[in-house]
Design a protein around this ligand. Sequence first.
Ligand SMILES: *Cc1c(COP(=O)(O)O)cnc(C)c1O
Length: 456
Amino acid sequence: MDLRGWLEQAVDWHERWAGGFGEYQPHPALDVGQERFAEAFGELTERLGGDNYPFFHPRYAGQMLKPPHPAAIAGYVAAMQINPNNHALDGGPATAELEKEVVAQLAAMFGLGTHLGHLTTSGTIANLEALFVARETHPGLGVAYSADSHYTHERMCHLLGVEGHPVPVDAAGRMDLTALEQLLATGRIGTVVLTAGTTGLGAVDPIHEALPLRERYGVRLHVDAAYGGFFALIADDSPDGVASAPWRAIAGCDSVVVDPHKHGLQPYGCGAVLFADPAVGRFYRHDSPYTYFTSDQLHLGEISLECSRSGASAAALWLTLRLLPLTDKGLGGVLRPGRRAALRWAELLAGSAHLAPYQRPELDIVAYLPRRATLSQVDEASEWLMRRGMTDSADPVYLATYAVTGQSLRERGHRVTADVPRGRILRSVLMKPEAEEYLDRLHGRVEELAAMCHVS
Ligand SMILES: *Cc1c(COP(=O)(O)O)cnc(C)c1O
């Protein structure tokens, strides 16, 4: 699709729509003039271009960052011109409807039948809401999450005044259920957070094996699928898919979070939280003297902690999913190439003289390390590769790092002497489908740099 043309159509459409309400004079205080705008805009684009990373390009293989789909941009711009606020139906009835539709699609992706849910500004807020509801359903009890879960859980427990309990992970970075069960036996835990795709390694906690613990210990199960949620679309046990069992088990959990601004091709400002039991809406009950007056129907602000929220986010996601639906062939077809790239890269790294894969990737995140004798050398070489890669103006490559311990390396069979408690290895999130085509060049370049690396 031609983004330039569709952006113009979005502006044309808005002009026609606005024109239907009759003439009025825009206030001169708002007029900035073409010339001054040109100068300021030039300054902005210069600053944006001068100090940024090329997230769009497959040579950027660092963090979980990539631009939105052009359809999301066009949908966002079209709606943003109205600037609807999805807090209440008074703020944007059309985008509130679009939000309810996309939330139902997300719920169906996880196999949730009845549900209550809404979009949020982020995965952080979505998880906060899930833990807030958990505190209300299980007052006075703690929350367990894996040691490799996102740091937000520990933080939000602190914020909510709930005790947080990290649970050790196994040699693949998944929650150790034996350790979890010991913790549950103490009777101090009310909620278990399971991560479907850890932010660091993309490890998937054994949600299907944790499911029986819900009845056995009366705990609530929350799934943090902020990063990995959309892998549900390719959870079919096929060679370029992912294991189906954990994803199928999400339908039996109490709540789940997914970030459309990560693998859902959306601009930032788009997370989602879904609850299996719509009755949890009662915990959000509040009264507002200034909103909720145009309709007796449910206003999204009545079931969310955030107040103002972009309706344009819902429009962008709705338009994207209209074109790339939540199916194997739709958005699933965007995830599979990255998954294949991750598997193949791990294989190439296993055959490398300079680098080694840290562990087998479960999703599309690859962690790897320079082959060195000690952890401090691994750390130093990783840092060098990361810096050298992105400062080479002729053929840059952008990688990220990930901190590990000597024990986590040992558990994965790496013979590295732990002369320091923690050290960095390299990490690449291959979340763009273009990563597959580009993989040989990416691997070749990282290999070349690794061969040049003599810092330690
Ligand atoms: C990214 C992420 C979060 C935080 O979400 P934001 O959208 O960055 O606020 C939480 N949990 C996991 C597993 C994540 O990957």
